[in-house]
Design a protein around this ligand. Structure first.
Ligand SMILES: *Cc1c(COP(=O)(O)O)cnc(C)c1O
Length: 459
């Protein structure tokens, strides 16, 4: 592994937060009390927290300064206008509706753009996105390319939509029965896999022919733009901002979780060009979020988000971000640990099927592996497999995703390469005695988004 390929942090440390070191004995007690669910562990008991990159970002000095400039007026805050200007400049959409986080935007969009019984094709599902689509009468259809479901297939732009699948769906169901295409950049559950510009363009052309709208899940669009610059012909010399702007020129709007690529701790928004849809969104946002000029966010949070978005356009920032994730992945790969390939933008996904071949999917191998990794090292990760996939809303059967993974998600601007070394060592050590990892069973299974609060015990 050539360390020269990995740029050092393009920032210096101004404030530090001490983390607690724990003993194995302490962690044994903690994980048992948490019902073997890493979501139920207190942050205090975690050494390196790779549960998620959502809202765990470190803000810059400029963002913190922006927090002091919060205009907390109930209506018409100047921070809203700053955010609106910034989002228009970067994404190019006409209208912005702020929300408390990404799922708030998903709720609004699903409400206003889906009619009972309509199909919502997407490049793999995301938990909250699909929930809101289904809760509003939509039928989710996965139209991602087949390779995305194969953890070991190393190809570029594994998040692309399979145009044939989309075409077939339009032919079979009729364009009028498709609410919109939901295109995620990058695809979280496929391993943070990017979508090519060529694919976005082709999806736009096909949907235009049929008068179907396209909404992007913009959550990790800056990471996606980096992959395009790095790997797609013709984009080598384009700036991240230019690439992002072109990406969104192929969409009618987007939902955004500010907690990821906006480099803040809370917030989100919904964008669109359509005036009528915007009117409906504004009527609904007051019910669920707040006035259309704050949508569940404080003025200071909107300010920090506007500044974070601008900072995310910096090439050095996003290059370091993606390459730090890659560094961890390459280390594990070199040691023979099975991971999802290629390594995505925000996380390294352990392939739990291969890591724990002695466990059946019904014994929750990824859940068990995440619990064991915490026990072993104090590193917190998350299950992204059968538990996250939940049950079919109609039949009550477990969805059985092909990908059974543990996600090691890297927060933005928080940890160093040395922390990545600690994580890699812990995973490699665990892999050496993987057959000792025991399967789990539910002792409490919530009805919705069960992975957040479910409890387990050893079989
Ligand atoms: C996090 C996430 C969301 C939901 O956003 P929240 O801010 O957590 O509500 C939607 N889509 C993707 C791909 C995400 O990663």
């Amino acid at each position: 592994m050539d360390i020269k390929n990995y740029p050092a942090e393009p920032y210096r440390v101004k404030v530090v937060e001490t983390v607690k070191m724990t003993t194995r004995e302490q962690r044994e007690k903690v994980i048992k009390e948490a019902g073997y669910n890493t979501f139920l562990i207190n942050s205090e008991d975690v050494y390196i927290d790779l549960l998620t990159d959502s809202g765990t970002n470190a803000m810059s000095d400029r963002q913190w300064a922006g927090m002091m400039m919060g205009d907390e007026a109930y209506a018409g805050s100047k921070n809203f206008h700053h955010l609106e200007e910034t989002v228009r400049d970067i994404f190019g959409f006409k209208h912005l509706v702020p929300t408390h986080q990404g799922r708030g935007a998903e709720n609004l969009l699903s409400h206003i753009a889906i009619k009972e019984g309509q199909y919502v094709p997407g490049n793999m599902y995301f938990t909250t996105t699909r929930f809101h689509q289904e809760a509003n009468g939509g039928i989710f259809v996965d139209i991602i390319r087949d390779e995305a479901h194969d953890a070991s297939k190393e190809i570029a732009f594994k998040g692309d939509i399979d145009l044939k699948k989309l075409e077939k769906l339009i032919d079979e169901k009729g364009a009028e029965n498709i609410a919109y295409v939901c295109l995620a950049v990058t695809v979280n559950l496929a391993g943070g896999q990017p979508v090519s510009m060529e694919n976005m363009k082709a999806v736009r052309e096909l949907t235009n022919k049929h008068g179907i709208k396209v909404f992007f899940d913009a959550t990790r669009c800056v990471e996606n733009a980096y992959f395009i610059k790095e790997q797609e012909k013709g984009y080598e010399d384009r700036s991240i901002k230019e690439i992002v702007r072109e990406m969104f020129s192929y969409a009618d709007g987007c939902t955004m979780s500010g907690k990821k690529d906006c480099i803040v701790n809370i917030g989100g928004f919904l964008c669109m060009n359509d005036d009528e849809l915007f009117q409906k969104a504004k009527e609904l946002v007051v019910v669920y979020e707040g006035m259309p000029s704050y949508g569940g966010m404080a003025g200071r949070d909107m300010e920090a988000m506007a500044i974070g978005l601008q900072e995310s356009m910096d090439f050095s920032y996003i290059e370091h971000r993606v390459k730090q994730v890659r560094y961890l992945g390459e280390k594990l790969k070199e040691a023979g640990v099975p991971i999802v390939e290629p390594i995505g933008g925000h996380a390294v996904f352990l392939d739990a099927r291969k890591f724990c071949p002695h466990l059946k999917q019904g014994e929750f191998p990824a859940q068990a592996l995440a619990a064991e990794l915490y026990l072993e090292s104090g590193v917190r990760s998350m299950e992204r497999g059968i538990v996250s996939a939940g049950r079919d809303i109609h039949t009550g059967e477990n969805h059985k995703p092909k990908l059974e993974t543990v996600r090691l998600t890297i927060p933005r601007r928080v940890y160093t390469y040395q922390h990545m070394d600690v994580v890699a060592d812990a995973v490699i050590k665990l892999y050496e005695h993987k057959e000792k990892i025991k399967g789990l069973k539910f002792v409490y299974e919530p009805e919705q988004l069960r992975f957040f609060t479910a409890r387990f015990e050893h079989i």
